[in-house]
Design a protein around this ligand. Sequence first.
Ligand SMILES: Cc1cc2nc3c(=O)[nH]c(=O)nc-3n(C[C@H](O)[C@H](O)[C@H](O)COP(=O)(O)OP(=O)(O)OC[C@H]3O[C@@H](n4cnc5c(N)ncnc54)[C@H](O)[C@@H]3O)c2cc1C
Length: 382
Amino acid sequence: MNPPLVSSNVAAARIAIIGAGLGGLTLARVLHINGFRSTIYEAEPSPDARSQGGLLDIHEYNGQAGLKAAGLYDRFLDLVLPGEDAKRVVDRHATILFDQPASAAPTRPEVDRGALRRMLIDSLPADTIRWGHKLTRVSRLQEGNHEIAFKNGVTERTALLIGADGAWSRVRPLVSAAKPAYTGTTFMETSHPSGSTVSTAIETGTLMAVEPGKGILAHRYADGTVRVYVALQKPEDWFDTIDFAKRSSSLARLAHEFEGWAAELRALILNSETDLVIRPIHALPPHHHWARTETEGVTLVGDAAHLMSPFAGEGANLAIQDGAALGLALCEHRDNIEKALEAYENALFSRSAAFADRTARNHERFFGEHAPQSVVELFAAH
Ligand SMILES: Cc1cc2nc3c(=O)[nH]c(=O)nc-3n(C[C@H](O)[C@H](O)[C@H](O)COP(=O)(O)OP(=O)(O)OC[C@H]3O[C@@H](n4cnc5c(N)ncnc54)[C@H](O)[C@@H]3O)c2cc1C
């Protein structure tokens, strides 16, 4: 290995990005097309190690803008899935309260998250990503340099370290003592394979059946697969009482929480054919930020910087925007990394605070005392 590069120059600096999520990949891509090299260290052993699952609607003002900066907008358009943006809100009796059919030219086009990530991976030189490198330790060296150590025994030195490693970032403690807190809501995810008998409640697109403290959210994909998120507002330890390894009893236990709801809504839970995946929703404090003066040579993008609940559908969009914005700032201030980080973070903190506030308000709209009417109002306003 070469000696550490103590450098404030982007071209000379060894740039390490931790995490090959949408944020880290977009950053590496923007650097690459502008002639700068970086290395992504990713914990997972390969691109296909984990199903990425789910749809993402990519917004013009952040996600799409980030993909344009990465020179990938046209390739992104090829991934757009037509007809997936239909939205329906119902009450516990499955009475339709809001129904918006799919649009021919959606302003928030939907793509498969796995396909979007794969597009970004394929847009990078093959040696950019080191798979199977789980960061376990970071030590500060002099002048913004860091030594990073991985579970597989590898250690590297870096002049610019970027934490793009998601909710439980190992890089975040270098800049901030903030920790994600449980929002009070847990999602349990399951699905119905294409062709299975699901329920008459869901036609195309997304179905949202909510009331205070609980909800059943489902999406039917163009291929017929239906993914279901059962949401409950309960203390985290309540979920310890369910043995998720026992599929039918755990489904019955969850369906029990929806006693009195229409049979076709409960069928989305009871007829599902895959194991439940439990996803407690955590968030960082909405105005999370750190001081640039004490954090030389390190910054964060995406969930590592501003983990928020998914109720405004902005987390992935912001991760793409952050990656692009940091890449562009480094290109603009190529002789002064600290200046680039300062410019990036000044914009980052204000935009992520605004979205975190909006997300927290939407969380309340979904499961607060005025649901489902508050959800109808939210979508009617779009
Ligand atoms: C249920 C749910 C639904 C959502 N729906 C939407 C939506 O509709 N729209 C939207 O915009 N957002 C949505 N989000 C939010 C979105 O998923 C995240 O905001 C987004 O994935 C963040 O991207 P990221 O690149 O910052 O982090 P991640 O996607 O989490 O990527 C981080 C990467 O870092 C790797 N990593 C982690 N730790 C280490 C380590 N120690 N060493 C090396 N690598 C490591 C991980 O393996 C991963 O590949 C949703 C989230 C949830 C939970």
